[in-house]
Design a protein around this ligand. Structure first.
Ligand SMILES: NC(=O)c1ccc[n+]([C@@H]2O[C@H](COP(=O)([O-])OP(=O)(O)OC[C@H]3O[C@@H](n4cnc5c(N)ncnc54)[C@H](OP(=O)(O)O)[C@@H]3O)[C@@H](O)[C@H]2O)c1
Length: 332
């Protein structure tokens, strides 16, 4: 089988496509014939050793795949050969075949194409957990989403709308904001690309305040970080919840007096740890997400498809801040 390999620390240009022996499933695993692999920001970080998980090299990037079950390992009884599934792997997905722990394999509905399936679980899983378990978002509340046209951001826009919130999409270009509005956002705000000096940060805070209105945002979904975080926090509502999702623009430092003045909470979100610590609640979340998908209320926006041989370009595209919605690597 062919696999994309990270053999040394570095950017997408360090990745190589090589032939590897086909894997055989161990006990409790299934072998998947991979059809597509979703690209996520953690892939950008992992190949540079900048992510919280540092797999031993050589490894294939790619944390989520769709495909067909090719073989069952010992003790796996709830899945069938030939079944269409999603697999959550953390890494290893940019390969033609892959073993996945059976507990991390989810059957998909017939009407879900493989590219959408590969773009589904990490973004919607993260955003659903964030809005439901961590923020307890309620109908009628205002939700401000930063990076609203990115993978997790666009999922948060759709899920916020499905939950009955008023959604304000914030992104760095009008094209990105327009995409978020097509996916359900009620209003949008274009912010500059940064970095920001003191006056720039003040102007950015003013932009967010104007977009959220005098009552502010009850929930802020921050998938961007950097200087955007504090500027957005300044527009939070009394007793609002600020969700810490990710830091493509850098890890921010927040003056804690803001939390006192706003009576607000800063809430960490670590979806991967949640799935391991509370698999039952995660299964219920996934069931709800599949229901929303089948009802047509959520749908991944796959904007770019790259073949396996160009998987490095797919990761570079995400790292360049140009990606909209989801980028997927396909096997054929
Ligand atoms: N907490 C969790 O459990 C969890 C789970 C999955 C992902 N994440 C994190 O969530 C973040 C977003 O992941 P994603 O897969 O949705 O990524 P993505 O599709 O690339 O979206 C990230 C967005 O960040 C913005 N951005 C700002 N500065 C950037 C920069 N220097 N380079 C690239 N993008 C920049 C871009 O929007 P604008 O141009 O509009 O600003 C972009 O759309 C990452 O930090 C990832 O690690 C966290």
């Amino acid at each position: 089988m062919k696999a994309v390999l990270s053999k040394s620390v570095g950017g997408p240009e360090t990745l190589a496509v090589e032939d590897r022996p086909d894997p055989a499933p161990g006990a409790g695993e299934v072998l998947l014939s991979v059809k597509a692999c979703g690209v996520n920001y953690p892939d950008v970080l992992m190949i540079q050793d900048l992510y919280q998980f540092k797999p031993e090299r050589p490894f294939s990037p790619g944390g989520e795949v769709s495909g067909v079950v090719e073989a069952l390992g010992e003790g796996v009884t709830h899945l069938k050969v030939g079944q269409r599934v999603i697999g959550s792997t953390g890494w290893g997905g940019m390969a033609e075949k892959l073993n996945v722990a059976a507990a991390r394999v989810i059957p998909i509905p017939d009407q879900m194409p493989f590219d959408e399936a590969a773009a589904f679980i990490m973004t919607y899983g993260t955003s659903h957990y964030a809005l439901k378990q961590r923020a307890a978002l309620k109908p009628g509340e205002t939700l401000l989403v930063l990076g609203a046209a990115g993978g997790v951001g666009l999922a948060a826009v759709e899920l916020g709308k499905a939950a009955g919130a008023r959604v304000i999409a914030a992104a760095s270009t009008q094209e990105k904001v327009d995409l978020a509005i097509r996916h359900g956002a009620d209003a949008g705000v274009v912010y500059p690309a940064g970095p920001f000096d003191k006056d720039g940060a003040k102007a950015l805070a003013g932009l967010f305040k104007e977009a959220c209105g005098p009552d502010g945002a009850d929930v802020i979904y921050d998938a961007v970080g950097g200087d955007y975080a504090e500027a957005a926090l300044r527009s939070i509502a009394w007793e609002g919840r600020f969700l810490v999702i990710g830091f493509p623009a850098g890890i921010p430092k927040i003056p804690l007096n803001l939390t006192l003045l706003k009576g607000c909470q800063i809430v960490g979100v670590f979806w991967g740890a949640f799935t391991a610590r509370d698999p039952k609640a995660n299964q219920e979340n996934i069931r709800e997400l599949m229901e929303l998908y089948v009802a047509g209320k959520i749908r991944p926006h796959v904007s770019e498809r790259f073949p396996l041989a160009k998987a490095g370009d797919a990761i570079a595209w995400l790292g360049s801040r140009k990606a909209m919605g989801k980028v997927v690597v396909t096997m054929d």
